[in-house]
Design a protein around this ligand. Structure first.
Ligand code: NOJ
Length: 559
């Protein structure tokens, strides 16, 4: 397999609004990121993925962009951006920008023009449709609730918005739109950025017949088959690749809602004609259901193993995997797949990290994951800031599908805001995130869970992540080895091996809070096994082992 830097990198995602506030206005900013570069260097990451920092009215915290070439005032200026980029590069860290081009803000000048009249030159930049029988053009529901169509009085037509009403979808069928986007991307590349994380890029090509979708419990139709991995998406990405990406040395990762392994083999093919890798959702959606993600269901370990192993095996040698448990759209993993009690939080966070970081693909760490940050005890709906959570609360409770008290529990468990509270830097007021009033509440557990305490304590989760990153740099097998799942039906243990040439790794993870017995595979000789990392004190392997709660062990051996 061809070796490239982005296969060997570890990426750290920053949600700038919540990372570090350098000017006391309660909102994280670019200056704050620059100040914390030493921390990131110490952790050992190679690349920062920066959630959007562009001008935005913040209907969806920056994922609604009103100027692709300007910086959001709350985050600073373009000079602040340049300083941050320089600081990152000086530290040997690359910067990957979020690219949100499925939609813009309705306050983007293109849309302001587009909605003015049917013959405006920008009209065709967006997707406009006449009413059908006096109603919406089709039954698609938007990802943030309600219809995906909004009626616009001025021209008495509907525009499409797959997300909020303030996020109209761009019309990628229009050559001029594509060329504007490619020019803008080129401008950022010329500035010296190192890649793009492409927001819902699998949704940019819509079936031009706009057919009704299968009706769901919400009363809206399923847009999936007509929007995700649509008819021209690969053509568009190949064009983007030829016109922009291939001219630079970039990391590109597409957020691909609805992606299957077969589609991923196209998006992330190793010939490099489209993107480097995709974010797939299958393992994170295993606990979804009829009411979308709103429930308290636990992910079943055998399902998780089957799903992740499918991705590991089927992409091997054909396309590249990304590895993630967390991002700004997911609740905290230690509260979801681990155990956030005082007793097991640290040990289970380390186990989850081991399980992910020993797999094949490029790992992504989301800010605070390296500290084992947990879900948040929000008191009431007023504490939430996320448009998806707030809309969902109203939609599901008003329609009577979910009782208010149940919905509050589901929000506690699954809301995106769990990941969006301020980074916990130290045990001073507001976790040291700001000297002002934070834009969203700080998790009250910061006196106990914070970066300062963990950087100073050698056996902390922070140092465990640091070690995992170092191991990846020291052992090619972690990056390039093949993957084999053992014990697929075991409901408690996740055990797999990696192989490269004569070398083998055995990864053993106990996902439960009880002791579990484990028998070494018959082809593993305990005398020839060497422990690379463990979340309890390292121990010599034995034919029969009794694993501690949430224990994780990685052994290196010969084939
Ligand atoms: C995916 C992003 O990750 C999410 O935060 C955002 O709300 C939607 N796309 C819309 O841009």
């Amino acid at each position: 397999m061809k070796k490239t830097w982005w296969k060997e990198s570890v990426v750290y995602q920053i949600y700038p609004r919540s990372f570090y506030d350098s000017n006391g206005d309660g909102i994280g900013d670019l200056g704050g990121i620059t100040e914390k570069m030493d921390y990131l260097k110490e952790l050992g990451i190679d690349v920062i993925w920066l959630s959007p920092v562009y001008e935005s009215p913040n209907d969806d915290n920056g994922y609604d962009i009103s100027n692709y070439q300007g910086i959001m005032k709350e985050f600073g200026t373009m000079e602040d951006f340049d300083r941050m980029l320089d600081a990152a590069h000086t530290h040997g860290i690359r910067i990957v920008m979020d690219l949100v081009v499925n939609h813009t803000s309705d306050e983007h000048p293109w849309f302001i023009e587009s909605r003015k009249s049917k013959d405006n030159p920008y009209r065709n930049y967006y997707i406009w449709k006449d009413p059908k029988d006096g109603d919406v053009p089709n039954n698609w529901g938007s990802c943030f609730g309600g219809s995906a169509w909004k009626y616009d009085e001025t021209t008495q037509m509907y525009f499409l918005h797959m997300f909020s009403q303030k996020q109209p979808d761009l019309n990628w069928e229009n050559d001029t739109v594509r060329s504007e986007i490619f020019q803008m991307m080129d401008w950022w590349c010329q500035k010296g950025i190192d890649g793009f994380r492409m927001d819902v890029i699998s949704m940019i090509s819509k079936d031009q017949n706009f057919p009704d979708g299968q009706l769901k419990k919400t009363g809206y139709g399923d847009y999936g088959p007509y929007v995700c991995n649509g008819p021209r998406v690969h053509e568009y990405l190949q064009e983007m690749n030829q016109k922009v990406l291939s001219k630079y040395n970039l990391l590109t990762v597409g957020e691909c809602a609805g992606v299957t392994v077969d589609e991923a083999k196209k998006y992330a093919n190793l010939e490099g004609s489209e993107l480097n890798m995709v974010f797939q959702f299958e393992h994170m959606d295993l606990d979804g259901g009829e009411t979308f993600k709103w429930n308290e269901q636990k992910i079943c370990l055998t399902d998780l193993k089957a799903t992740l192993s499918k991705w590991q095996n089927e992409l091997y040698g054909k396309a590249w995997n990304s590895l993630y448990w967390c991002n700004h759209d997911q609740p905290r993993i230690v509260s979801r797949l681990g155990n956030d009690s005082d007793k097991y939080r640290e040990i289970s966070a380390k186990m989850l990290a081991t399980c992910l970081h020993m797999m094949q693909g490029t790992p992504y760490i989301y800010q605070g994951e390296e500290l084992g940050m947990t879900n948040v005890p929000f008191q009431s709906l007023d504490d939430f800031r996320d448009i998806e959570s707030i809309n969902a609360y109203h939609e599901y409770t008003q329609s009577g599908q979910i009782a208010p008290e149940d919905m509050m529990r589901y929000l506690h468990y699954k809301s995106r805001d769990n990941a969006r509270t301020p980074m916990q830097w130290n045990n001073t007021a507001n976790a040291g995130f700001t000297t002002g009033t934070p834009w969203i509440m700080v998790n009250p557990n910061y006196p106990k869970i914070n970066a300062k305490e963990q950087v100073e304590r050698p056996d902390s989760i922070f140092h465990y992540y640091q070690k995992l990153i170092k191991l990846r740099k020291a052992h090619e097998i972690i990056v390039y080895g093949s993957y084999q799942l053992l014990l697929p039906d075991d409901p408690n243990l996740y055990v797999y091996t990696r192989e490269l040439a004569e070398e083998k790794l055995l990864v053993i993870c106990n996902f439960t809070d009880t002791r579990q017995s484990f028998t070494l595979p018959s082809d593993c000789n305990p005398d020839q096994m060497h422990c690379l990392i463990a979340n309890y004190p390292e121990r010599v392997p034995e034919k029969q082992m009794l694993l501690n709660p949430y224990e994780a062990l990685v052994y290196q051996t010969k084939i």
